[in-house]
Design a binder for this molecule. Structure first.
Ligand code: SF4
Ligand code: SF4
Length: 139
């Protein structure tokens, strides 16, 4: 992975673009994560499933997208469940497919203005997030 071979810079500007996307974009969450969010929103399971999430696999849910925006993104472009956001959101942009090559990293920078911005991110911080993401993908 490239973070072991070159320095990587990243600084989130809070633009909210990574919370938007087309049909191929999904925000995976485990049932435990989904349940925490549902309880926080104080809504029934049926309502949560109908309006906020859908099944990605038997074990994994995904947040619904409304007109290309994550259902949890508010009008101001901020996540309204930020403290409970799924691992996928917490670990971005240190995903295996983004860290696999410099080309992949720089391609991702076309979608995320924070990539290649700011100070150098310590390797251990990147490794920690990558490990978390890999575990979430395995579970
Ligand atoms: S697209 Fe990048 S800079 Fe914008 S909110 Fe997402 S992580 Fe931050
Ligand atoms: S859950 Fe929050 S951080 Fe994750 S994509 Fe949706 S709005 Fe963005």
């Amino acid at each position: 992975m490239i973070h072991q071979q070159q320095v990587l810079r990243f600084k989130c500007t809070g633009c909210g673009k990574c919370c938007t996307g087309g049909e191929d974009h999904y925000i995976a969450m485990s049932k435990t994560e989904a349940n925490r969010i549902r309880k926080h929103l104080d809504i029934t399971e049926a309502w949560f499933l109908r309006h906020y999430v859908t099944h990605l696999t038997r074990k994994t849910l995904t947040a619904r997208m409304h007109e290309g925006r994550c259902t949890f993104l508010n009008k101001e472009g901020k996540c309204r469940i930020y403290h409970l956001r799924p691992v996928q959101c917490r670990t971005y942009p240190y995903w295996p497919e983004v860290l696999e090559s410099s080309q992949a990293w720089n391609n991702e920078a076309k979608h995320c203005e924070g990539i290649n911005l700011g100070t150098v991110i310590p390797v251990k911080d990147i490794t920690k997030k990558l490990t978390l993401q890999l575990k979430a993908e395995r579970d």
